[in-house]
Design a protein around this ligand. Structure first.
Ligand SMILES: Nc1ncnc2c1ncn2[C@@H]1O[C@H](COP(=O)(O)OP(=O)(O)O)[C@@H](O)[C@H]1O
Ligand SMILES: [Mg+2]
Length: 302
C-alpha cells in the first residue's frame, strides 16, 4: 500500500490535486477492506419479458478479518449477492471491490476461497487430492503441495482420512474437506453459502465451532450465508438482515460475543447469545421485514 508523497509546497494544494488525493484515500481505504459493495442491483430476466429484481440498493462493507453473516428468508438474494462478490455473476448496476480489486481481478488472483452447500468433491480423487486440487491448478510444486495438504487435513481433523475417497466419508467430513480445499491458498476471505445446510444439527454445531477455530487461526474475513438465526449469531461479528422482493438489506446487528477463539460451546447457553438471537429475530420480523409479504418464511428461528 502506498502513502501519498508529502506536498513539497506550503499552503493548501490546488483543488484538482485535493480531489485526486481524496480519490487515492478512498482507493487505499477500499484496498484495506475485504469486500466493498456499492449501489448494487441485480435484475434477472424472467419469463415473457418479466423481470425479477433479486437485489437493489445493496451497500455492504466487510472489514478484513471480520465475520459477516447474511440472513433472510428464501429468495431474498443472499446467494445472488455472494455470487456477485465471487464474480460468478455480474451486477446490473453498482460496483464491487474485493481487497480493492474488481471482483473479476480478485477471482483471477484467487483472493478468496469458496465453500457452498454441496461439498462438490471429485469422487475419483482422495481427500488429499481434492484438497490439493486448487494448488495443482495454480502450479504449486509437488513438495509444497504435500506440505500444505498435511497442514490442512490436520486443521480440519482429517489427518487419518487423507487417503480415503469422498464416498467413504460422512456428510460432515466431506464438508470439512471442502472447507480445507477452500483454505488451501490461504485466502484472506472466505465466501460460504449455507455450507452446513445439509448437515444434521449435532454435526452442524460441531462444524460451527470448528469454523470459528479455523477462522481464529487464519484471521480470514468470512461472508457467510445462512437462514439459521442461532448459527448467524454464534459465528458472526455482524449479522446483515435481508428481505425479499426486491432483495435488500434492512438491518445490521453487531454481535458482541467476543473473539472467535473464545467462542466455546458454552456460549450457546449464554445470556449474550440469546440477546443476539432476539435482536436478529426482531430485525427479521420487525415492521419493515413484516411489510414485505411472507418475510419470515423460510427462516429457521430454532
Ligand atoms: N439465474 C437466475 N435467473 C432468474 N432468477 C434468478 C436467478 N438466480 C436467482 N434468481 C431469483 O432471484 C431471487 C433471489 O434468489 P437467491 O439469491 O437464490 O435467494 P436466496 O439465496 O436468498 O434464497 C429469487 O427470486 C430467485 O428466483
Ligand atoms: Mg441461496
Amino acid at each position: 500500500m502506498s502513502t501519498p508523497a508529502p506536498q513539497p509546497t506550503a499552503g493548501p494544494p490546488p483543488a484538482a490535486s485535493a480531489a485526486a488525493a481524496a480519490a487515492e484515500t478512498t482507493r487505499t481505504a477500499d484496498a484495506a477492506e475485504a469486500v466493498v459493495v456499492r449501489g448494487v442491483e441485480r435484475i434477472f430476466a424472467g419469463a415473457k419479458g418479466a423481470t425479477v429484481t433479486a437485489l437493489t440498493g445493496i451497500d455492504l462493507t466487510v472489514h478484513a478479518g471480520e465475520f459477516v453473516s447474511l440472513i433472510g428468508p428464501s429468495g431474498c438474494g443472499k446467494s445472488t449477492l455472494l455470487r456477485l462478490i465471487a464474480d460468478l455473476d455480474e451486477p446490473t448496476e453498482g460496483d464491487i471491490r474485493v481487497f480493492g480489486k474488481t471482483a473479476r481481478q480478485a477471482r483471477v488472483d484467487q483472493a478468496y476461497g469458496i465453500a457452498f452447500q454441496q461439498a462438490g468433491l471429485l469422487p475419483w480423487r482422495s481427500v488429499a487430492a481434492n484438497i490439493e486440487l486448487p494448488l495443482q491448478l495454480h502450479g504449486v510444486g509437488a513438495a509444497d503441495r504435500k506440505a500444505r495438504v498435511a497442514e490442512l487435513v490436520e486443521l480440519v481433523g482429517l489427518a487419518d482420512f487423507a487417503r480415503h475417497y469422498p464416498d467413504q466419508l460422512s456428510g460432515g467430513m466431506q464438508q470439512r474437506v471442502a472447507i480445507a480445499r477452500s483454505l488451501a491458498e490461504r485466502p484472506r476471505l472466505l465466501l460460504m453459502d449455507e455450507p452446513f445446510g445439509a448437515l444434521d444439527e449435532m454435526t452442524r454445531e460441531r462444524m460451527q465451532t470448528e469454523l470459528l477455530r479455523i477462522r481464529a487461526e487464519t484471521g480470514a474475513a468470512v461472508v457467510f450465508v445462512t437462514h439459521s438465526i442461532p448459527e448467524a449469531v454464534y459465528l458472526s461479528d455482524r449479522v446483515v438482515v435481508m428481505s425479499p422482493r426486491p432483495g435488500r438489506i434492512t438491518d445490521e446487528i453487531d454481535v458482541r460475543l467476543g473473539e472467535a477463539a473464545e467462542r466455546g460451546e458454552d456460549l450457546r447457553e449464554d445470556a449474550a447469545f440469546f440477546e443476539g438471537v432476539t435482536a436478529v429475530r426482531e430485525a427479521l420480523h420487525g415492521p419493515e421485514a413484516a411489510a414485505a409479504a411472507g418475510a419470515a418464511r423460510g427462516v429457521d428461528v430454532r
